[in-house]
Design a protein around this ligand. Structure first.
Ligand code: LLP
Length: 403
């Protein structure tokens, strides 16, 4: 049991708390599910990019799935070897492509024909060959929130099957490109297995058809997306997930690459915030807290549900309240019509499932410094990012201030 009250006292609030042992058990469960086949879990760094978190996964043997050269650099800093790093994303700049090639990462995941030609040109300039995979958009509805759905032709991600085939032939004929993998990722917070299996079947068929023209791929990259329980969702079991993937790969000798983010970190994280005041506008009751949408954006952006636990001595009846932060936006809330007892100044709220897409989607809006982050391992807590100060926030502008 994590002693949130003690942690809030020691590190102040707002505060992110991560349970590294939970992350380890999630990692081991997923890795174990792929037992019997060659696999690489490439942690999706965007889910929680704190260096200590990435290092934790590096120590467990994970690779990294990155979507900017910044994330690639983080992966290197955290000790992930180059041969386990993948660089994806729909819009990579020339400088990013160049650096990824120079760093000799496992492969660049290409998302368009135009990008493939850019990668070829840059590899040629550098006098080298670049390993690539192609992200296929299988046009499958993943049945998740539209903002985190990526596998339909309406979405900007990947290329259709015909283009993919053309691109593999082009790459195979190029001296500066080496096609080694194929990739799909149909969305995030997936709770249904059927769309994943369907997508995997489509992509596995393409691998087989490429094989008939002597293009042999080594990596079958199934993206991330495994959903977690925020509330009462029924989620996919890692074992069933792996079996569904295996079922599409008959007679194929290929390494499975999986890019989990949320599955590894979401339920390992908590966001701690303190009650400032309660207030009432007409019939509406508000609990105003010291954390805000700049710390945890998911409720404001997706109306995402996060369980909220109150640590209080209050014995009052439960009532419906909106839990809101100090930012000047009506969208600045953590929950609406949530049942909580009457709360006092400095009572603590623990917002659950905050370990993925929490801190990383934060900002300095309203000139609010980002929270501190701490990690707990074997019962020991440790600061892994200090709280931002006002001086941190103005540092990049101060040198340009005219007298
Ligand atoms: N691989 C690729 C190519 C991705 O685009 C993503 C996530 C992942 C892996 C990891 O997906 P995961 O296993 O975490 O579902 N901000 C949103 C989620 C955006 C996900 C973007 N891509 C949220 O807070 O729900």
């Amino acid at each position: 049991m994590i002693n949130f009250k003690e942690l809030a006292k020691e590190y102040k609030t707002p505060l992110y708390v991560y349970d590294l042992d939970y992350m380890t058990s999630q990692y081991n469960e997923l890795k174990g599910a792929f037992k019997g086949k060659k696999s690489l879990l490439a942690y999706a760094v965007k889910a929680n990019s704190n260096l200590s978190i990435v290092k934790h996964f590096a120590d467990l043997g994970a690779g990294a799935d990155c979507v900017s050269i910044g994330e690639v650099r983080r992966a290197f800093l955290a000790g992930i070897p180059s041969y386990k790093i993948i660089f994806s994303g729909v819009g990579k700049s020339d400088d990013e492509i160049r650096e990824a090639i120079e760093k000799d990462i496992l492969y660049i995941n290409v998302e368009s024909e135009a990008e493939l030609r850019r990668v070829e040109l840059i590899a040629k300039e550098l006098g080298t060959t670049c390993r690539i995979s192609i992200r296929v958009n299988p046009n499958i509805d993943p049945k998740t929130h539209p903002y985190i759905s990526t596998g339909l032709h309406d979405n900007k991600f990947g290329v259709d099957l015909n283009s993919a085939k053309r691109m593999y032939i082009f790459a195979n004929n190029s001296e500066n490109l080496e096609p080694v993998g194929i990739h799909f990722h149909i969305g995030s917070q997936l709770t249904e297995l059927t769309p994943i299996r369907e997508a995997a079947e489509i992509v596995a068929d393409l691998i087989r058809s490429l094989s008939t023209i002597k293009i042999e791929l080594k990596f079958f990259d199934i993206g991330g997306g495994l959903g977690v329980k925020y509330d009462n969702e029924t989620t996919i079991l890692p074992y069933d997930y792996a079996q569904a993937i295996f079922s599409t790969l008959t007679a194929l000798d290929i390494t499975i690459v999986c890019e989990p983010g949320r599955f590894l970190t979401a339920n390992a994280g908590y966001f701690l915030t303190k009650v400032l005041y309660e207030k009432q506008n007409g019939n509406k009751k508000f609990v105003v807290v010291d954390g805000a949408m700049n710390d945890l954006l998911r409720p404001a952006l997706y109306k995402a549900y996060h369980k909220i636990e109150a640590i209080t001595d209050s014995t009052s009846q439960m009532r419906k309240v909106d839990i809101v932060g100090p930012v000047c936006e009506s969208g600045d809330f953590f929950a609406k019509d949530y049942m909580l007892p009457e709360l006092a100044h400095n009572d603590l709220l623990v917002i659950h499932s905050a370990g993925a897409y929490g801190f990383g989607m934060g900002s300095n809006y309203n000139t609010r410094g980002r929270s501190a982050e701490i990690a707990i391992k074997d019962g020991q807590d440790k600061l892994i990012r200090r709280r931002e100060t006002f001086e941190d926030l103005v540092a990049l502008e101060l040198e340009f201030l005219q007298n």
